[in-house]
Write a protein that binds this ligand. Structure first.
Ligand code: ADP
Ligand code: MG
Length: 332
């Protein structure tokens, strides 16, 4: 049974970046305002995330790593909305099957923090009382130590680091009220740092460069009949990063939609300045019942109902913005 669980867990957790994405979302769900991430060997040796959120209640410590343990479903109504992305209560459980997992956590109700280690979904021993501040630190060590093939396939720490940094960058832009910090263990220089109570623009500037931020166009749209809300920033001056950036959040989860991306890239290319690449950050809020529930957690691709109509609406809002802006630079 352990092997079967491990294989299933390896499907959910495929590399440091997607483990981190799950952990980041947990920290954000716990209302953290500061999130610090520390990596060693691109997250393969160590992937640590420290937050100042609500913490995990003492009575939940023995079950948090069991499959389908979640504090995020309270009624059937919730199940319809929260299950939007098709899976709940699997992240910590999966990680505990494919890595050494330690959790240090303190709620406002406890006088001290507790430290716990987990293996294959189970708490090992009992929680140990230690000193600590409110919040949670999740320490993931030796990812895939027990899956030889996976470990072999992930040989390049700098590639893994880049993928983690990409995820952190995107969440930092989407959550400007939260301060993010990403660094490599033992190094004093940080790779990413944003401050709490920043704005989307501050963070785009800090992460993607002043060029990108200088020519940002803000786009937004609300359509009550279709139950769509959408906000975002696009830039026509993405020279420095030398590649396109497409940051798409649907209902606050980082996803990809090839259909939407392609449609936007097509119109965008007409307005793009020379030697520049698309930069788009879009946050789309849709009726959760219209977003496909059967998407696998590792597949970022989402599908939603009325996709064509929605894409058309987003597209024309962006096109109107682009057409109205001064794009003289685009022609020489
Ligand atoms: P899910 O997020 O779908 O509920 P997870 O396996 O990601 O499942 O997490 C299990 C539970 O552990 C969460 O529902 C939450 O109660 C708790 N938890 C995990 N990470 C944190 C955190 N950083 N702060 C507070 N609680 C957390
Ligand atoms: Mg989670």
């Amino acid at each position: 049974e352990t092997v079967v669980n491990r294989i299933a867990a390896g499907e959910v957790i495929q590399r440091p970046a997607n483990a981190l994405k799950e952990l980041l979302e947990n920290s954000l769900d716990a209302k953290s305002t500061n999130i610090q991430i520390t990596l060693k060997a691109g997250g393969l040796k160590l992937l640590q995330i420290q937050d100042n959120g609500t913490g995990i209640r003492k009575e939940d410590l023995s079950i948090v790593c069991k499959r389908f343990t979640t504090s995020k479903l309270s009624s059937f109504e919730d199940l319809n909305t929260i299950a939007t992305f098709g899976f709940r209560g699997e992240a910590l459980a999966s990680i505990s099957h494919v890595a050494h997992l330690t959790i240090i956590t303190k709620t406002s109700l406890e006088p001290c923090a507790y430290k716990c280690t987990y293996e294959d979904g189970n708490l090992i021993g009992t929680p140990k009382m230690i000193a600590g501040n409110q919040g949670t630190t999740i320490i993931v060590e030796d990812l895939f130590y027990n899956i030889a093939t996976r470990k072999k396939a992930l040989k390049n720490p700098s590639e893994e680091f880049a993928k983690v940094a990409d995820v952190v960058s995107k969440y930092a832009v989407h959550n400007p009220k939260v301060g993010f910090c990403l660094k490599k263990q033992g190094e004093s220089l940080t790779d990413i740092r944003t401050h709490p109570n920043s704005t989307h623009v501050d963070n785009i500037k800090a992460i993607y460069g002043t060029n990108v931020a200088r020519e940002l166009l803000e786009v937004d749209l609300e359509d009550e009949k279709m139950k769509i809300k959408f906000k975002g920033f696009i830039s026509n001056a993405n020279y420095a990063t030398k590649k396109p950036h497409f940051l798409l959040f649907i209902n606050h989860r980082l996803v990809d939609s090839t259909a939407l991306r392609k449609a936007l890239e097509n119109i965008y290319s007409l307005y793009l300045a020379k030697n520049s690449y698309p930069f788009m950050y879009l946050s789309l809020e849709l009726d959760p019942r219209n977003v496909d529930v059967n998407v696998h957690p590792t597949k970022h691709e989402v599908f939603f109902l009325h996709e064509e109509v929605i894409i058309e609406k987003v597209k024309s809002a962006i096109e109107a913005k682009l057409a109205g802006a001064d794009h003289s630079r685009a022609f020489y």
